[in-house]
Design a binder for this molecule. Structure first.
Ligand SMILES: N[C@@H](CCC(=O)N[C@@H](CS)C(=O)NCC(=O)O)C(=O)O
Length: 203
């Protein structure tokens, strides 16, 4: 049995859970609930990940794994290697997954800024700089990556699908769909997959 430290709202944990569903491993993985922020790591799996971040994966054949990209690569190998294709497509898949993770990093930092930083020292220009990263990444996906997104399922697609879901969940007022019709249509279709329905954020 594998133990995945995660939470009902973490998009990085959701990314792992979606790939677990897509690769038929849901019965092999127990979800262990964690919670925390950079200000309070007491309920984070610190013995498994000294960085105090989730997801982290406990396994029988070695030490715990983190971060989500490492966990997904490990679980994909375990399932027979379906979601990371052979080179040269692999380089596209990895770049798209990194782009999606970068969107999530910036989106989470914006949430932390409004939830964790005292109002008097919040930095609006910095928040807009983070949103600028997200907007440029979405524009690039709309302009250059739609053919890849419409190809066979891989971790790049799962990363983007989960990142778009997180933008809806935490940053709906930003209306990321405006001016990106192809990505919006793709994201809505991806959100209807069973794996996405089974992992919708709660809370
Ligand atoms: N690069 C990491 C990012 C993980 C991450 O930022 N997780 C957030 C929750 S979504 C977290 O644990 N935040 C707590 C913290 O930063 O201290 C991954 O892909 O796993």
């Amino acid at each position: 049995m594998l133990r995945l430290h995660t939470s009902p709202t973490t998009p990085f944990g959701r990314k792992v859970m979606v790939m677990i569903h897509e690769t038929g491993q849901a019965r092999d993985v127990e979800a262990v609930q964690a919670a925390g922020t950079p200000l309070d790591a007491t309920k984070m799996p610190l013995a498994q990940n000294p960085l105090g971040k989730i997801p982290a994966l406990e396994r029988d054949d070695g030490p715990a794994l983190y971060d989500s990209r490492v966990i997904c690569r490990y679980l994909d190998e375990r399932a027979g290697g379906r979601l990371y294709p052979a080179p040269p497509r692999l380089w596209d898949t990895l770049t798209l997954e990194a782009t999606a993770d970068g969107i999530l990093d910036a989106a989470i930092l914006i949430v932390y800024e409004s939830r964790l930083r005292p109002e008097a020292i919040r930095f609006e220009t910095w928040v807009e700089g983070q949103w600028g990263k997200i907007a440029r990444a979405l524009d690039t996906i709309e302009a250059r990556w739609m053919a890849h997104l419409n190809g066979s399922l891989d971790m790049g697609q799962i990363g983007v699908g989960v990142a778009l879901g997180y933008l809806d969940f935490r940053h709906g007022a930003r209306n990321w769909r405006a001016g990106r019709p192809a990505l919006a249509a793709w994201g809505d279709a991806f959100a209807a997959r069973d794996s996405m329905k089974a992992t919708e954020p709660q809370g």
